[in-house]
Ligand binder design. Sequence first.
Ligand code: ADP
Ligand code: MN
Ligand code: MN
Ligand code: MN
Length: 336
Amino acid sequence: MAYKAEYIWIDGAEPTQKLRSKTKVVADGDEPGTWGFDGSSTNQATGENSDCVLNPVKIVPDPIRGGANKLVLCEVLLTTMKPHPTNKRASLATTQKKFAKYDMWFGIEQEYTFFDGIKPLGWPDNGFPAPQFGYYCGVGADEIFGREIVEAHSDACIAAGLMIAGTNAEVMPAQWEFQIGPANALECSDQMWLARWLLYRIAEDFGVSATLNPKPIEGDWNGAGAHTNFSTKQMRESYPPIEQACRALAEKWELHVKNYGYGIERRLTGRHETAPWNKFSWGVSNRAASVRIPWQVAVDKKGYAEDRRPNANMDPYTVTRLVMDTVCSYAEKGGK
Ligand code: ADP
Ligand code: MN
Ligand code: MN
Ligand code: MN
């Protein structure tokens, strides 16, 4: 029997690219191959020359439709079969190949917020919920909004074979987190895009929208980030390479912040567990630093570091490429 392949790709929306998908019915026994779409409707082409190519890069079982159905994550190519300018995956692939000997791993903590129409899920029609305190990792109907969606999403990620590492309720009510990794940069980023698509798709069935807005509610409410944990083989073996990576990131702080997601200065204010966007800092256990070395890593004298700056709406292909390029180039120069 024929099956359905859901082709998923990243569009050309500005300032933040978004996910699109459409369904192809594939004959029994056939693999989902390249396909096309109308790039003039996704800010990826003009009407006169509208065709773009979908090139499958990762195929997983479809946990929503079940059976033989599949999710097909694609990169976008021009009809010349060269990467489309909006395709940020292609340059990550090049960088990952260049620095293969460092065997980098990434684990990304994706924060997001559920919305019910124009307000966060479970918030009162007028005014605000009680101030932030009890919600982070809370329990009970007065503190938790949308757990049934979170459960359905993590089950779907597991069924699709994604490396989801965990979930937690966040500091702002209706805000949540899931983590993907650790895995190499391409794998972690591909899986993050698939997990984001599953989040939107599953919340849709509950009549709820999920947003990666980095500061969904102004005022005394936490923003949403995408802490990016990373390690080289050397960092996983000893401590000096971890400090060296922090110094490398200090040198290139501005390039990173400018590419860590639209609206980053609204979130990285120096309040709400963030460091100011324009003042790089790093330290052990410090959740008010730009980059944190987890306490356990300092004790073990090996492991990984956490770049706390990326926004929830960051592009994982871009963020992991920058971290890899900065950390590995610095190590190539002998840590100077
Ligand atoms: P936090 O304490 O900041 O909330 P989390 O437990 O949410 O931390 O996320 C930490 C993430 O770090 C994990 O999801 C995992 O994927 C990632 N991680 C663990 N070890 C490594 C490593 N050696 N290299 C890169 N990432 C790692
Ligand atoms: Mn976390
Ligand atoms: Mn978090
Ligand atoms: Mn974190």
